[in-house]
Design a protein. Structure first.
Length: 295
């Protein structure tokens, strides 16, 4: 008969309880593995919305925190996922473990872009006047904390609008691209975001949205980067919305991804939970307040 459970001086053998002494114990089941104590965490705010007009700039990507080797104990941890900004609105704030990832700035429509974690791009301005992109909160701010080592990326500036005539004369007008988590927006150029494989696959986060471009009075929208919206599709994972009043103008919702190494699932919470090799991954992307529970 195999030993099932030892409770003080009682041993349960195949469903029956026999009294014995601890010294009589000759075989026992190994204890369950301890809960994980170190985690990787990616915290991403909501992307800024693009401009609502055809001559507008694109939204900025959000701020990002990446925590590597962060120590957590058993318990319940609340988190908040920020929403992506609608046209003309900044992205929402994502927070977890005392870290706050600010949302990206919105793109300007014929005026300057908005300030935010990453500045929104400027609109064209009347008669091709140069307009200024929104200013972010700095870049690559190295953070330190006991028990972990990882950078938190702040915002980078959005781009300015710009008009150029070529020979033969073709008028190109570029709105400002939204700043990304790691790259400046420029005239007609979206700022780069951040690439991470925390999910098990390389994905882009918090890139600037694709700005509008006008060539001889015909406008189009360029691609966003690292989750930014544009000709390549809707904004996701904290990327900025596209400029030009397109259908991709809404910024991408924020997201939190948590990864830990353990043979068993040792936590609950998340819109998606799966095993990747020897690791477990929890992804939160529903806006509002949620809980991550370690047991």
């Amino acid at each position: 008969m195999g030993l099932i459970y030892l409770n003080n001086n009682y041993v349960i053998l195949n469903g029956s309880m026999d009294q014995t002494k601890d010294t009589d114990l000759v075989a026992f089941l190994p204890p369950p593995p301890p809960p994980p104590d170190t985690f990787k965490v990616l915290i991403v705010g909501g992307g800024g919305g693009g401009a609502s007009s055809g001559s507008g700039g694109s939204g900025g990507g959000s701020q990002i925190y990446y925590l590597s080797g962060y120590t957590l104990t058993d318990g319940t941890y609340s988190l908040t996922i920020g929403s992506g900004g609608a046209s003309g609105a900044n992205g929402g704030t994502t927070s977890f473990l005392g870290f706050t990832a600010t949302g990206g700035g919105y793109g300007g429509s014929n005026w300057n872009g908005a300030n935010g974690a990453n500045g929104g791009g400027a609109g064209f301005g009347a008669f091709g006047l140069t307009r200024t992109g929104g200013i972010g909160n700095g870049c690559c701010n190295q953070l330190t904390h006991i028990g972990w080592d990882g950078p938190g990326w702040g915002g980078l500036d959005g781009g300015c609008s710009f008009t150029i005539d070529t020979d033969p004369p073709v008028q190109y007008t570029y709105a400002g691209g939204g700043g990304g988590a790691t790259g400046l927006g420029g005239s007609g150029v979206a700022g780069d975001g951040f690439s991470s494989s925390i999910t098990g696959s390389a994905l882009g986060y918090a890139g600037g949205g694709g700005p509008a471009v006008i060539m001889n009075s015909i406008w189009s929208v360029k691609n966003g980067t690292h989750g930014g919206g544009g000709a390549n599709g809707d904004a996701v994972r904290g990327g900025g919305g596209s400029g030009g009043g397109g259908t991709e103008a809404t910024g991408g919702n924020g997201i939190i991804t948590i990864r830990y190494t353990h043979p068993l699932q040792s936590a609950s919470g998340g819109d998606s939970i799966y095993q990747d090799g020897t690791d477990w991954v929890h992804i939160f992307n529903t806006t509002g307040t949620n809980d991550f529970i370690i047991y």
